[in-house]
Design a protein around this ligand. Structure first.
Ligand code: G6Q
Length: 547
C-alpha cells in the first residue's frame, strides 16, 4: 500500500474504527471472555522472549483487523523500511533516525550519506569496552595514582534518563565495589548530593552531552571541574584523569579542557532519548561490564528484527502502539500507566515519559498542518505493589479510563521466601480486578449493607496489557526498551507526526537565557516581560538583596 499524506481522520480504516467504536464501546470484557473461552490464550503473542497478553483489552477480532488496516493505510511498513534504511525521516531536523544502527551486529551495513555507519559504531563500542575494563580493573588511575571508585555521569534529558534507568535496572549486574551517581538538574543540590562523601582523587566524571552546549550540563560540568581540581591541588593536568566526554562535538569538548582522546563519539542520527545504547551508555558499561552491555545491545537488536520483519498482527511493538492509538483517540483516554512489578525497574516509567512524550507530544503533522486527532498520551507509573497502595484506587474506581501496561518476570533476581509468588499474585490480581471488577450482585452477596454497595462495586472493563519475561537481564532490558521505542514509532506514524524532534523544549530555554542576566545584574534591569514574570523577577531580586 502507498504511504499517505492524507490526514489520519480521512483514512478509511480510521473512519471504520470510529464507527466500530460506537458498536463496541459498551461491550464488557466479561462478555468478551465469556463468549470466547480461548481468548486468554488466543490474544497473546511471544517474540524474542517477551510474552504479551493483550486479551484484557476492549477489542474484538474486528477491532484488531481494523487497527492493522490503519497501520497499513498509514504506511507503517514503508516508514519502518525508511527508518532502517537510514532515510532522513526526522524531517524538521533533516536527520536520519538510526538508533537501530547502534545495536546492529558487526557485519551489518546501514548507510547514511553514502557511508556504512556500523563499523564506526563498533569502533566506539570497542573503545568504550577498553576504557570500561581499565576503570573496572583499576588500571586507569586518577591523578594521584589512586584507582577510580566513583563514577558520576553529568548529563540531562536523553543524556541522563537512559543511564540512570539502566543503572538502576541492571544494578544486580553492576560492580558493587564502585559507586555510580548521576547529576542532571541545574539545581546545585543535585551536584552537592552527588559528590557528598566522595573523594575527588577517586572520582571520574563522564560529561555526557550530544551538543556539549546544554546549559545545565555545562554548568554542572564546570562545577565538577572546580570540585575535582579543588580536591586535587588545582593542577589542570588532573582533568585528563578525572574527566571524559561523550559527545558529537569535539571542538566544544576540547575547549572545555577534556583531551579528545578521552572522548567517546556518537552521531547526529542518534536522538537524545534514543541514545542509552550509544556511548551515552558509558556509565552503564562501566557499571555492568562490556559483555553485559553487548548482551543488552543484542536484546535491542532482537526486538528490532522482530519489529522489522513480523507481520503487524503478531508484531509486539505494533500491537502495543495500535492499542495505544485505539484508547487515546477513540476512547479519549489521555494517559497510559506503566506498572513494572520489578523493583529494579523503578526508573523505567520516568525513562518512558521522555521517550513517549517528547517523541509524540506534537500538535502539527509532518506537512505542517495541525493534526486532526489527539496525539501522545501522558505516560506515567510506579512499580507495583507500591502503586496499589496509592493511585490504583483511581484506576479501579475513578471516572477516567487508564489503560495499563503491567510488566513482570517469572524469576526474581533476589529470591527471598514467598516474596516473588506474592508479587506475581498481585500483578495477576490487579489485571483481573481491572478487567472483570465486581458487580453489585457480588457485593450484595457478601451481606454488604445496601447504602454501601455502590461504593464497593468495581465496574471493571478497564483494559491492560501484561508483559512477561523470564528474568530481568541486560538482554531483556534491551528488548523492553526497544519494544517501547518501536511502539512510539508506530503511534507517531499513525498520527503522521515527527516523533524525533523536540522543538517544544526550545522556548523555555531561550527565555531562561534572557532572564539569567536579569537575576544576576548588579543594576536594576529594565524588565519587559508580562506583569507576572516582571513581578516574580523583582520579588526574587528583592530577596537576594536581603542576603
Ligand atoms: C532528547 C532531547 C533532550 C537532550 C537533552 C540533552 O531527545 O534531545 O532530552 O537529550 O537536552 O542534550 P545534550 O545531550 O545535547 O546535552
Amino acid at each position: 500500500m502507498e504511504p499517505t499524506t492524507k490526514s489520519v481522520n480521512e483514512l478509511r480504516a480510521w473512519n471504520a474504527l470510529a464507527a466500530h467504536y460506537q458498536n463496541i464501546r459498551e461491550l464488557h470484557l466479561r462478555k468478551l471472555f465469556a463468549d470466547d473461552p480461548t481468548r486468554g490464550q488466543r490474544l497473546t503473542v511471544e517474540a524474542a522472549g517477551l510474552f504479551l497478553d493483550y486479551s484484557k483489552n476492549r477489542i474484538t477480532d474486528e477491532t484488531l483487523k481494523l487497527l492493522v488496516q490503519l497501520a497499513d493505510e498509514s504506511g507503517l511498513r514503508e516508514r519502518i523500511d525508511a527508518m532502517f534504511r537510514g532515510d532522513k525521516i526526522n524531517v524538521t531536523e533533516n536527520r536520519a533516525v538510526l538508533h537501530v544502527a547502534l545495536r546492529a551486529p558487526k557485519g551489518a551495513s546501514i548507510v547514511v550519506d553514502g557511508q556504512n555507519v556500523v563499523p564506526e559504531v563498533h569502533a566506539v563500542l570497542d573503545k568504550m569496552a577498553d576504557f570500561s575494563n581499565r576503570v573496572r580493573s583499576g588500571a586507569w588511575k586518577g591523578y594521584t595514582g589512586k584507582r577510580i571508585r566513583n563514577v558520576i555521569n553529568v548529563g540531562i534529558g536523553g543524556s541522563d534518563l537512559g543511564p540512570v534507568m539502566a543503572y538502576e535496572a541492571l544494578k544486580h549486574y553492576s560492580e558493587r565495589a564502585m559507586t555510580f551517581r548521576f547529576v542532571s538538574n541545574v539545581d546545585g543540590t543535585d551536584f552537592a548530593e552527588a559528590v557528598y562523601g566522595l573523594e575527588p582523587a577517586e572520582t571520574l566524571f563522564i560529561i555526557s552531552s550530544k551538543t556539549f552546549t546544554t546549559l545545565e550540563t555545562m554548568t554542572n560540568a564546570r562545577t565538577a571541574r572546580e570540585w575535582s581540581l579543588g580536591g586535587l591541588g588545582g593542577d589542570e593536568k588532573a582533568v585528563a584523569k578525572h574527566f571524559v566526554a561523550v559527545s558529537t562535538n569535539a571542538s566544544e569538548v576540547e575547549k572545555f579542557g577534556i583531551d579528545t582522546s578521552n572522548m567517546f563519539e556518537f552521531w547526529d542520527w542518534v536522538g537524545g532519548r534514543y541514545s542509552m545504547d550509544s556511548a551515552i551508555g558509558l556509565s552503564t558499561m562501566i557499571a555492568i561490564g562490556p559483555d553485559n552491555f553487548r548482551a543488552m545491545l543484542d536484546g535491542f537488536h532482537q526486538m528490532d528484527e522482530h519489529f522489522r520483519t513480523t507481520p503487524f498482527d503478531r508484531n509486539l511493538p505494533v500491537l502495543m502502539g495500535l492499542l495505544a492509538v485505539w484508547y487515546n483517540d477513540f476512547f479519549g483516554a489521555a494517559t497510559v500507566a506503566v506498572l513494572p512489578y520489578e523493583q529494579y525497574l523503578k526508573r523505567f516509567p520516568a525513562y518512558l515519559q521522555q521517550l513517549t512524550m517528547e517523541s509524540n507530544g506534537k500538535h502539527v503533522a509532518l506537512e505542517g498542518n495541525k493534526v486532526s486527532c489527539d496525539t501522545g498520551p501522558v505516560y506515567w507509573g510506579e512499580p507495583g505493589t507500591n502503586g496499589q497502595h496509592s493511585f490504583y484506587q483511581l484506576i479501579h474506581q475513578g471516572t477516567r479510563l487508564i489503560p495499563c501496561d503491567f510488566i513482570a518476570f517469572y524469576q526474581t533476581l533476589n529470591p527471598l521466601g514467598r516474596h516473588h509468588d506474592i508479587l506475581l499474585a498481585n500483578v495477576f490480581a490487579q489485571a483481573e480486578a481491572l478487567a472483570f471488577g465486581k458487580t453489585a450482585e457480588q457485593v450484595k452477596a457478601e451481606s454488604t449493607p445496601g447504602w454501601l454497595v455502590p461504593h464497593r462495586v468495581f465496574e471493571g472493563n478497564r483494559p491492560s496489557n501484561t508483559i512477561l519475561a523470564e528474568r530481568l537481564t541486560p538482554e531483556t532490558l534491551g528488548k523492553l526498551v526497544a519494544l517501547y521505542e518501536h511502539s512510539v514509532f508506530t503511534q507517531g506514524t499513525i498520527w503522521n507526526i515527527d516523533s524525533f524532534d523536540q522543538w517544544g523544549v526550545e522556548l523555555g530555554k531561550q527565555l531562561a537565557q534572557r532572564i539569567i542576566p536579569e537575576l544576576e545584574s548588579k543594576e536594576k534591569p529594565a524588565l519587559n516581560h508580562d506583569s507576572s514574570t516582571n513581578n516574580l523577577i523583582r520579588q526574587y531580586r528583592q530577596f537576594k538583596e536581603t542576603l
